[in-house]
Design a protein. Structure first.
Length: 291
């Protein structure tokens, strides 16, 4: 695989994403309007693997990361090319490096509008739309559906208690990622009897807080699990990424979160989304890059 690419005026070289200072990654994301703070980049680098495209004096002009879940599946994210190198083939070159590292794994990603054609040309197929709800949470939440079960806080050192539920909803074991996200997060579980039937996390990210993952068996459970965190964020900035269109999405709107952008969930290899009736589902994504 070509480890460098010649552009119009200079050459870019592929390096491990951990080899550069986080301030350079922060500047890269700021340059394309993405909200990631240095702390967010640090967490993502702990969660996955990736490369950066650097020039001869160490400036970063692009990035691409992938997050393995077992030996046969990975998600791809943080595929960024600086405005100066866009439309010069850098994005395709970055993806070629990722493909080489991922091997034969099945892949999934959430594509921006700008990158959609590139991913189609690389063999990815569309599965669903992700709606990015965000804004300052209203001072009072809308009426909540009747709670069926008991909501309780879960400490991060007991995170393994939700692993089986999360695997059923996500489709593959991502326990290592969930444990990493739990560090410093507020975690709520929904129990019916002795069984955990749903959970949600809230953590600092970007301009404020992101609520996700949210895993639940129905809209009513998902609403109550999101509300636990939203009520504590009144007047503050929050974000929820979801593929839902029904009651859960209406609740987010009534909480004064509005759709700011959409992305397209795409897969290469086997289909990523295989939601089954009666099974738990991912109502809130862990993050745009993490799915």
């Amino acid at each position: 695989m070509q480890k460098s690419v010649r552009l119009k005026s200079f050459e870019l070289i592929a390096q491990d994403i951990n080899s550069v200072d986080v301030s350079l990654l922060h500047a890269l994301s700021i340059g394309v309007g993405w909200p990631h703070r240095p702390k967010d980049w640090d967490l993502l680098r702990r969660a996955g693997l990736g490369i950066v495209a650097v020039d001869g004096i160490g400036r970063v002009f692009g990035s691409a990361m992938w997050f393995p879940h077992g030996d046969d599946f990975a998600t791809i994210g943080l595929v960024i090319t600086s405005p100066r190198t866009q439309a010069q083939g850098t994005g395709r070159w970055l993806m070629d490096q990722v493909f080489e590292q991922c091997g034969d794994r099945n892949l999934s990603l959430n594509s921006t509008h700008a990158a959609y054609r590139l991913y189609v040309s690389l063999g990815f197929t569309k599965e669903a739309i992700v709606y990015q709800y965000q804004g300052d949470v209203g001072p009072k939440l809308p009426p909540l559906p009747e709670l069926n079960g008991q909501l309780s806080e879960l400490s991060s050192d007991k995170i393994e208690e939700i692993n089986a539920l999360d695997t059923r909803a996500f489709g593959t074991d991502r326990g290592k990622l969930v444990a990493l996200l739990a560090e410093g997060a507020s975690i709520c579980t929904l129990r019916r009897g002795d069984e955990i039937v749903g959970y949600s996390m809230c953590r600092e990210f970007g301009r404020g807080h992101v609520i996700g993952p949210i895993v639940a068996g129905n809209d009513q459970d998902a609403i109550n699990l999101a509300a636990v965190h939203l009520k504590d964020l009144a007047g503050r900035f929050a974000r929820v990424d979801t593929r839902e269109k029904g009651l859960f999405a209406e609740f987010l709107q009534q909480s004064r979160l509005a759709v700011s952008e959409t992305a397209t969930t795409m897969s290469k290899g086997r289909n990523f989304l295989n939601r089954k009736s009666g099974e738990p589902a991912v109502y809130g994504l862990a993050g745009h890059a993490l799915s």
